[in-house]
Design a binder for this molecule. Structure first.
Ligand code: B4P
Length: 183
């Protein structure tokens, strides 16, 4: 099983949920750019100040900034034995910036738009994330289609992509991810 992994999929597909479980099971760090950016916003750091408005609008943070943040994270010691990327790369320039050979496998978690909107509006009620309003969620889906979906063909062409149905219980989806990574 590859140790340098990427979970790809639309917002709300369950990437964060599955990444936490998979990274624990595999003993590799979970590298979530969404979590890193939200932590920067919560801490009121200079990085947080630069990204808050962009995230609240459902747009993507600039490639240059994201590439710098992830290169810094992957240079830390714990990433030496592998990592599970969640939310990066999200654009072709970000994918190209990941060094050749920086990934062993990519899992695409697939869910339809209405399921995404339903899940994220439920999360808005539970957690109050400022980018989970219906208008912003629909914009995030558009941004996904325009900027992130091209990565599906990019990794398919490299023979690295496994597709997993993201509808079902968290445990069912986890079992499908584990099978996809073993296969
Ligand atoms: P992310 O935090 O990555 O946000 P996301 O795409 O919504 O994924 P998330 O992990 O939150 O959702 P999940 O599917 O786990 O990014 C947020 C923002 O940061 C972006 O919009 C952008 O502005 C910025 N950003 C991050 N990375 C960037 C990059 N590389 N370049 C530029 N900008 C970047 O979970 C969704 C919900 O579904 C949860 O409530 C969960 O409990 C639920 N759920 C999970 N599995 C389920 C299941 N099987 N059934 C039912 N519900 C389920």
């Amino acid at each position: 099983m590859g140790r340098r992994l990427l979970l790809l999929g639309p917002p709300g597909a369950g990437k964060g949920t599955q990444a936490k479980l998979l990274s624990t099971a595999l003993g590799i760090p979970h590298v979530s750019t969404g979590d890193m950016l939200r932590a920067a916003v919560a801490a009121g750091s200079p990085l947080g100040g630069r990204v808050k408005q962009v995230m609240d609008a459902g747009e993507l943070v600039s490639d240059d900034l994201m590439i710098e943040v992830v290169e810094d994270r992957l240079s830390q010691d714990d990433a030496g034995c592998g990592y599970l990327l969640d939310g990066f790369p999200r654009t072709l320039p970000q994918a190209e910036a990941l060094e050749n050979g920086a990934l062993d496998a990519v899992v695409l978690i697939e869910v339809d738009d209405e399921e995404v909107v339903g899940r994220l509006l439920r999360r808005a009620e539970e957690e109050g994330r400022t980018d989970d309003t219906e208008e912003v969620v629909r914009r995030r889906l558009e941004v996904y289609r325009e900027q992130t979906q091209p990565l599906v063909a990019y990794y398919q062409q490299r023979g690295m992509l496994a597709e997993v149905d993201g509808i079902g219980s968290v445990d069912d989806v986890l079992a499908r991810c584990v099978r996809a990574l073993a296969g």
